[in-house]
Ligand binder design. Structure first.
Ligand SMILES: [Zn+2]
Length: 282
């Protein structure tokens, strides 16, 4: 599942290649890819036709293209969605294609069809225009207007596990299971601790760690980026080799050498160092 860095790599690619271009034709190849657009495929294609892409936006894992008429094309990448420019390597998974004025095709390819496109109006939240379906999503740690102290105040009131709060997109967005574990490892906090029991200084360290780890991942995602192929590697990204916690069960902690552990958490797994990140006493 793509997390913030992978989505930001896609957004940057799109910003460079599609901004300012007008859509001259649209074809929906699979209705499931537009199921979130309640007015249906014909409405989506009619509204996109002759519309100019004025920019790109992202909040957390949500991605969109802004259009000339104060609306936005919201792109849900789901588990395996890709926004590709130019040749599509596997046409079997092509869901939507939009032809741009310069002859380039912008394609939405999605093997597992959890993703899709929808049109939405832009609304202003806290001084920033976002598509209506994204209005409830909190700012992410890489947002220049991210209010770290405000988020700390919210976290200090939560009597539930800190990792659960990190994953709650209405508290802080963009952090999924991988980057939650990485941030907690960097800040030496066990994810099972109650948010309300973690000091302000430690929460600040944690949010800074989240920003830092995602910035690091973004840097590496960018290096593999081909200008004509806007890629999301949904499963793992290119950051694999640099992970300190996620997936490292049974391996030595890179900081202290203790053997890393894995616990079940919210139907997923939490990877942590039992020495650097001791579990809270029950
Ligand atoms: Zn350790």
């Amino acid at each position: 599942m793509p997390e913030l860095p992978e989505v930001e790599v896609v957004r940057r690619g799109l910003a460079e290649h599609v901004t300012g271009k007008t859509i001259t034709a649209v074809r929906v190849h699979h209705p499931r890819a537009v199921r979130r657009h309640e007015a249906g495929p014909a409405d989506l294609t009619a509204r996109l036709l002759d519309t100019t892409i004025t920019g790109t936006g992202r909040r957390g894992k949500y991605l969109w293209l802004t259009l000339g008429d104060q609306s936005a094309l919201v792109v849900h990448l789901g588990m395996s969605g890709q926004m590709l420019l130019g040749e599509v390597p596997n046409a079997n998974h092509l869901r939507i294609a939009a032809l741009l004025e310069d002859g380039t095709t912008l394609s939405f390819v999605d093997q597992r069809t959890f993703g899709g496109w929808m049109l939405a109006d832009l609304v202003t939240v806290d001084g920033t225009d976002v598509p209506a379906p994204v209005a409830h999503i909190a700012r992410d740690p890489l947002d220049p207007l991210f209010d770290r102290d405000g988020v700390i105040t919210v976290l200090r009131r939560k009597h539930s596990e800190i990792k659960r709060q990190l994953l709650d997109q209405t508290v802080v967005s963009g952090i999924g299971n991988i980057y939650a574990d990485e941030s907690l490892w960097r800040a030496k906090i066990n994810g099972a601790r109650l948010a309300s029991g973690v000091s302000k200084a430690k929460l600040a360290e944690l949010l800074d760690a989240a920003a830092a780890v995602m910035t690091d991942a973004l840097g590496q995602g960018g290096t593999s980026f081909d200008s004509l192929y806007v890629n999301v590697n949904g499963e793992s990204g290119y950051f694999d080799r640099s992970l300190d916690a996620y997936g490292r069960e049974g391996e030595p902690c890179r900081r202290c050498g203790a053997i890393m552990r894995r616990d079940k958490f919210m139907n997923r797994s939490s990877f942590y160092c039992p020495r650097c990140q001791p579990r809270p006493r029950v």
